[in-house]
Design a protein around this ligand. Structure first.
Ligand code: TRP
Length: 369
């Protein structure tokens, strides 16, 4: 494998993943090549030039497969556009330029993006990232794009100000106090509850969404239930059951935080959907355990799990017992637009994290190479 480039590694994974979800790999591959830019030729056996926070090993791409009730699974890619030189400002510029190249090609709707851009766009971005994209490939359709802004891009202390301002520009400010007062732990906003992502769909129509994400540190399953309770018609037992199963217990979850997201559609004064993201990799010993939990959840929620293992095999051929973090998060989506479960798969292009000690992993069942 010596000398394999980052693009070669990712393109191979993408081609196989597309086969699993019946999508054409041509456009996904082009988009990833465009996002990688100068990083495309980076050998995977060298550390990445930019420490992207998209994935634990700093690969600037993460895959996810969304399992839905009424439609076949969908492939999605979370990615950070790469710049030739090394600071966050350069990466922000590369990201804005990436979008300029896609607007006409995919007929993107940028009115909401244009409305909030000035809130987040600064010459001197701070924090872990400035702009990320998610690319969604539904079989037989042109890709949908979503953009993620960082509420901390002007400094940690301004997270809430930026989010309120962005919501106001979109006419969604009524939703904010309701979410904070009804969903979060009293007094914890800006402390153990952090506003971490502000996301927008780059297409129009009644399905087009604004999403606000809150990371909850040291949370328990009850905190997840409370966060979900702001959204109508959510079954609290379902949220509790998902969280407990994915994380292997009721918490408190003291490693990576639970993340809650609220979905708004234009004109709505109340969120129409809620998602809970469990960083399952921190609460398992290895990827066998993560895979088994995800499998159990898909079965329990009546989702067709037949493409879970093929999706995993599309990304890696290593034994699942040999690492942890291939399955980075698992999320439950409730309410609109589509209920379901999403499984986040790390590319592990640069590195695999070693499993945690403690499980019965004899040389026989470790499956070492
Ligand atoms: N790698 C980061 C994290 O784990 C960001 C991230 C990537 C993320 N995919 C995600 C966060 C899915 C929540 C859900 O925090």
């Amino acid at each position: 494998m010596h000398g394999t480039s980052l693009l070669d590694r990712l393109a191979g994974q993408l081609t196989r993943l597309c086969a699993v979800v019946d999508a054409d790999p041509a456009v996904p591959r082009q988009l990833v090549a465009d996002l990688l830019g100068p990083a495309a030729t980076r050998p995977v056996d060298q550390p990445p030039a930019w420490p992207s926070d998209v994935a634990d090993d700093h690969t600037p791409v993460e895959y996810s497969v969304a399992f839905n009730e009424a439609e076949p699974p969908t492939l999605r890619i979370l990615a950070e556009a790469q710049a030739a030189t090394g600071d966050l400002a350069a990466h922000a510029q590369a990201a804005y330029r990436f979008l300029d190249r896609q607007v006409d090609r995919f007929d993107l709707a940028t009115s909401r993006f244009d409305a909030v851009r000035e809130v987040f766009d600064t010459d001197r971005p701070r924090g872990a990232f400035a702009l990320w994209y998610s690319l969604v490939f539904r079989s037989g359709r042109r890709p949908e794009l979503k953009v993620y802004f960082n509420p901390a891009v002007r400094g940690e202390e301004h997270r809430a100000t930026l989010v309120v301002e962005a919501l106001r520009k979109l006419g969604l400010d009524a939703a904010y106090p309701m979410m904070v007062d009804g969903g979060l732990r009293p007094g914890e906003l800006g402390r153990r509850d952090q506003l971490t992502f502000f996301a927008l769909d780059l297409h129009d129509g009644d399905q087009s969404r604004v999403k606000l994400y809150v990371s909850q540190y040291d949370a328990t399953v009850d905190d997840a239930v409370r966060a979900a309770s702001v959204v109508d018609d959510i079954d609290p037992d379902q949220v509790a059951d998902f969280c407990t199963t994915a994380a292997g217990g009721p918490g408190p979850y003291e490693r990576r935080p639970l993340v809650s997201s609220y979905t708004f559609t234009t004109g709505a004064t109340q969120p129409v959907g809620y998602s809970l993201y469990v960083p399952i990799r921190d609460y398992v010993d290895d990827d066998v355990q993560a895979r088994d939990r995800v499998r159990e959840l898909l079965d329990r929620y009546g989702l067709d799990a037949s493409r879970l293992d093929p999706a995993i095999e599309a990304v890696t051929d290593r034994p699942l017992a040999d690492g942890v973090g291939l399955i980075a998060h698992v999320s439950l989506r409730v309410g609109r637009p589509r209920p379901g479960i999403t499984v986040y798969l790390s590319a592990e292009a640069h590195q695999v994290a070693a499993p945690r000690p403690g499980r019965d992993r004899t040389p026989m069942n470790a499956g070492s190479m």
